[in-house]
Design a binder for this molecule. Structure first.
Ligand code: ADP
Length: 481
């Protein structure tokens, strides 16, 4: 098999097929040869039986000429190779046809069987001549064995030559058949492997800049069609991922360029001439504000990348849910107060929470600040926590501007912002929700959104309630990856 491995697949398949053919063809040839031989022998035996019977029927008038005539009628004109005679059990010839004095022994086997009333077929090998087939039939009169037998025989020369001709044809047919079937196999294998070659060509033409090539599906609904489909599916995913990466890099550059331009502009303006102390302080404040904004973006991006690749230190613990939600509410308080929005916390979770408190707080604050940003003054935002089976659900509901249905799926993409006049005013960098999702997924959880424009939105975070579910989900996720 090692040697086979060094050949191309097409040659390997053809050779395997060839080995099968090399075993099958001789077996078929041998079967055919045996069948023909048996049929030929059966027809010789049938002719001998018919001759013997005809002679027994005309026994009363049997003499040399009758025997010869019967022989030529029954065994054909070439009766030079046939003989008929009547002998006793000791082998003494009583009467015979023209060629009946041929010297063939009366075997003890045939004479024993004759005494028992049975006929016997025997084949005698002769030196330098074709074998001879002999039928010995006991002559029975009035139900009693007369002591004589009638022997009818024929040379197997014709049978032998027919068989040797067939043998020669088979010997010739074997290599020709083998070569022909190898050729057909090589041709057909090439056709069957053409989709594989197409995949190979397409794969070698792919590049990171052009992942748009797709393979045409083979017509037959077989494994290769499945493989082609899988390959095309993989290209879809790769194209999607590369597209996201490209968009992500350009979004990052774009997002950082604005504060950088502001810092540079402020600095250049301040340096153009001597300024008052107040003016310098203003410039430095602007530079500080933009740097804080940039630092926030960079830190969020770093955490997002680490959370998505699961390379942050995630160490969940049991904490009192009441304490946890009080702390979250405290952290959001000033933001809500600045916007004159009421935060209502309704915690119905009776058990402890199993989470990494820092990461879950950050995810909740991102969603809470969004709810406040997209609500109007005097409106309220509700945080409701409930338990169901082995899950905890934390919903944050606002009655603000809502999200258009066609954009709900996109808001978790990094840098995605719903384009509305209000968003442009209040919006951040567009990383908040993608970071919240990555942090919740660290907990093996998920975030679902229901929203209606002008009526408001509900974001629901669901996380497993206990470590057993958590670690089972973690295992499943690892197996999937
Ligand atoms: P940003 O930092 O801009 O808030 P996010 O990733 O947090 O980015 O949110 C993405 C977009 O989703 C926002 O720009 C906003 O348009 C929309 N969005 C998020 N939360 C809400 C909400 N509660 N109501 C309406 N729109 C929202």
């Amino acid at each position: 098999m090692r040697i086979l491995d060094s050949f191309p697949l097409r040659v390997r398949l053809t050779l395997i097929y060839g080995v099968w053919m090399a075993l099958l063809l001789p077996a078929l040839g041998w079967g055919l040869f045996t069948l023909v031989k048996r049929n030929l022998m059966q027809s010789v035996d049938a002719a001998l039986s018919a001759s013997a019977q005809a002679m027994i029927d005309s026994r009363a008038s049997m003499n040399d000429s009758v025997m010869d005539e019967l022989l030529s009628r029954l065994l054909g004109e070439r009766h030079i190779n046939t003989m008929a005679r009547v002998v006793d059990l000791s082998g003494k010839v009583r009467t015979h046809g023209q060629h009946g004095n041929i010297s063939l022994p009366m075997t003890s086997f045939a004479s024993q069987r004759a005494e028992q009333g049975f006929s016997t077929f025997e084949t005698f090998e002769r030196k330098g001549k074709s074998p001879f087939r002999l039928l010995t039939v006991p002559l029975v009169f009035d139900g009693r064995f007369s002591g004589d037998v009638i022997q009818v025989g024929a040379s197997l020369e014709t049978t032998e030559s027919a068989l040797s001709e067939i043998g020669a044809v088979l010997w010739f047919a074997f290599p020709v058949g083998l070569i022909f079937s190898l050729g057909v196999s090589y041709y057909l294998t090439g056709g069957s492997l053409s989709p594989v070659v197409a995949i190979q060509t397409a794969a070698s033409n792919l590049s990171a800049t052009d992942l748009s090539t797709r393979l045409p599906l083979p017509k037959a609904d077989d494994e290769l069609r499945g493989l082609t489909r899988t390959f095309n599916g993989m290209l879809d995913r790769l194209q999607d991922t590369f597209g996201r990466l490209r968009r992500f890099s350009s979004d990052v550059s774009h997002e950082l360029r604005t504060p950088l331009a502001a810092i540079r502009g402020e600095a250049e303006l301040a340096l153009r001439r001597t300024r008052s102390q107040e003016e310098y302080q203003e410039t430095l404040k602007t530079i500080q504000r933009e740097s804080v904004h940039m630092t926030r973006i960079v830190e969020d991006l770093l955490l997002l990348a680490r959370a998505e690749s699961q390379s942050v230190a995630y160490s969940p613990e049991f904490i009192e849910s009441q304490d946890f939600f009080e702390k979250v509410s405290l952290a959001a308080k000033s933001f809500f107060q600045e916007r004159n929005i009421l935060l209502v916390v309704d915690n119905q979770i009776a058990t402890q929470l199993y989470c990494a408190p820092g990461y879950l707080t950050q995810a909740l604050l991102n969603i809470l600040t969004n709810a406040a940003k997209h609500s109007s003054s005097n409106q309220s935002v509700t945080l409701k926590a409930i338990s169901s089976k082995s899950w905890h659900h934390i919903s944050i509901t606002d009655t603000g501007e809502g999200i258009p249905a066609d954009q709900v799926d996109k808001i978790f993409d990094p840098f995605y912002r719903v384009d509305s006049a209000r968003n442009r005013k209040v919006g951040g960098a567009g990383i908040g929700l993608s970071l919240a999702m990555a942090l919740v997924r660290l907990h093996q959880g998920d975030i679902k959104v229901t929203s209606e424009p002008t009526k408001g939105s509900t974001f629901t975070i669901s996380i497993p309630a206990n470590p057993a579910v958590n670690s089972k989900l973690l295992m499943e996720q690892k197996v999937k990856n």
